[in-house]
Design a binder for this molecule. Structure first.
Ligand SMILES: [Zn+2]
Ligand SMILES: [Zn+2]
Length: 207
């Protein structure tokens, strides 16, 4: 894709805007998309036969997505889904049954691939690098994924250097936070960025 057409792409702006969050921009968009998808299931797809089939084929969801279902879903719809799945187990279970993968994991991985592909494509744009300078860096999982996908060595080195630079900023904030907690200076001397530093970094330490 040409740089001019990239800049017209809404995904480009979504990733650029996500760089202003305190999260890995790819994680930020994935979480948002996932929350919207789950909310849409509860608003629109409770009686959708295709969704019911996907849930039955996997006999539910993985642990992480059960937690999100319980967090974002409403009680009535959760009961309807659960009733359907329990009924299906009682009526149709057999030991040769082949379970499919959690349908929300499948959609998560598709979205993740799309975002990682786009992120790497946008690395060809200097304007995108400017947005990255103001970001928090990638989480390790998405750093490794994008690094693997960089088209050449030069881009890989640039990405690695940028990630190290972002981590250095976090290291500085963590260092101040630790010093101020150890030292005799009052805790109200700790600024917002220092106070949030350990949470921001723990969100990035996912592989
Ligand atoms: Zn991430
Ligand atoms: Zn899942």
């Amino acid at each position: 894709m040409q740089p001019q057409s990239i800049e017209k792409h809404s995904l480009y702006y979504n990733i650029k805007d996500a760089c202003e969050s305190k999260y890995c921009p790819i994680c930020f968009l994935l979480d948002k998309k996932e929350r919207q998808y789950i909310e849409s299931i509860f608003y629109e797809y409770v009686n959708d036969p295709l969704l019911r089939k996907k849930l039955r084929d996997a006999q539910g969801l993985c642990q992480g997505h059960v937690k999100l279902f319980l967090k974002y879903g409403d009680a009535f719809a959760l009961a309807i889904f659960a009733n359907d799945l329990v009924h299906n187990f009682i009526e149709d279970w057999n030991e040769h049954i082949k379970l499919s993968e959690c349908s929300l994991c499948k959609s998560f991985m598709q979205n993740e691939k799309r975002l990682v592909d786009a992120f790497v494509e946008y690395l060809a744009l200097e304007k995108f690098w400017q947005a990255l300078e103001n970001s928090t860096g990638l989480c390790l999982q998405h750093f490794y994924m994008t690094y693997q996908q960089c088209p050449d060595k030069k881009m890989k080195i640039r990405l690695l250097n940028w990630q190290k630079q972002m981590f250095s900023r976090h290291k500085e904030l963590l260092g101040s936070f630790i010093d101020k907690n150890n030292a005799s200076c009052p805790h109200d001397d700790i600024n917002v960025d220092e106070g949030q530093s350990y949470q921001v970094v723990w969100h990035l330490l996912k592989k």
